[in-house]
Design a binder for this molecule. Structure first.
Ligand code: ZN
Length: 269
């Protein structure tokens, strides 16, 4: 069985060299809080691999194919910058990598349209990880609606960040009310949504156009989230996603824990 990881983040070398300095220089304080943070024991919450390192980690973890997800940047220019980088990655490694495009949900509709058409021409195949809530944008913003229109037209999956309402607070956490996603999925039945992080526990069993991914499960849920199968989500709706390069088992693993989580997933599916 081939293992596909539907939720992987990756950044250009320019950012990897000094992530915090890059965030300061490019106006991304929220990303800096989430991704450059250190745990109480001083260890980093995540690593910053190059493309070559990512491919080697995939081999080690037994992951055949990774879907690269963009970040919900605070500046649209950074979204476009990451899309260009993903286009290069998928062109160089089409057998191992796919890439989803990101946009700022608050950008004007024509800006979003131009950017997504370009990303599609360059080989990207979906939208995400988007989080209008994190960008301080309403779900009826013109740019976000334009993105959904295009996703429906092109049959692009749309990966949305969802925060579990009961999860413990962590620096940079943004509330994403679950009923917003329920309404969105019902209103946009022609869009295939992937609600990240087990949809934050939202019951999606009656929503045929919704899938969930398992990203960051071991960090967010006591049992990794697996017990939600049958309770809030049908097994056919679950996509394996890790949130790599986030360190998934920081208490007992100095590495990324990717292989361990992939093995848990393949044992269950
Ligand atoms: Zn997320």
């Amino acid at each position: 069985m081939s293992v596909i990881d539907h939720h992987v983040h990756l950044y250009p070398d320019e950012l990897n060299r000094d992530p915090a300095a890059w965030a300061d220089a490019h106006g991304e304080p929220h990303w800096k809080i989430l991704c450059c943070r250190r745990r109480r024991d001083g260890s980093p919450v995540q690593l910053f691999p190059s493309v070559a390192e990512l491919l080697r980690s995939m081999d080690a973890a037994g992951v055949d194919h990774a879907v690269l997800l963009g970040w919900y940047w605070e500046n649209h220019d950074n979204c476009a910058w990451q899309n260009r980088f993903f286009a290069e990655c998928v062109k160089a490694h089409p057998d191992r990598l796919s890439g989803f495009a990101t946009v700022h949900a608050g950008a004007p509709a024509d800006t979003v349209s131009t950017e997504l058409r370009r990303a599609r021409d360059e080989g990207l195949t979906g939208l995400g990880e988007l989080s209008p809530h994190s960008q301080g944008v309403r779900l009826d913003a013109a740019g976000f609606l334009e993105a959904l229109e295009l996703a429906a037209t092109w049959d692009w999956p749309v990966n949305l960040h969802v925060t579990e309402p009961l999860s413990r607070p962590y620096p940079g956490r943004v509330d994403t009310p679950l009923d917003h996603f329920d309404s969105l999925a019902r209103r946009w039945q022609g869009v295939r949504f992937i609600l990240a992080h087990w949809a934050g526990g939202l019951d999606v069993r009656e929503l045929p156009n919704v899938q969930v991914d398992t990203a960051a499960g071991p960090l967010l849920y006591a049992d990794g989230g697996w017990s939600m199968i049958g309770r809030t989500v049908n097994v056919s709706q679950v996509l394996f996603g890790s949130d790599h390069p986030l360190r998934l088992y920081p208490k007992d693993d100095t590495g990324d824990g990717w292989g361990r989580f992939a093995r848990e997933a393949t044992a269950l599916f």
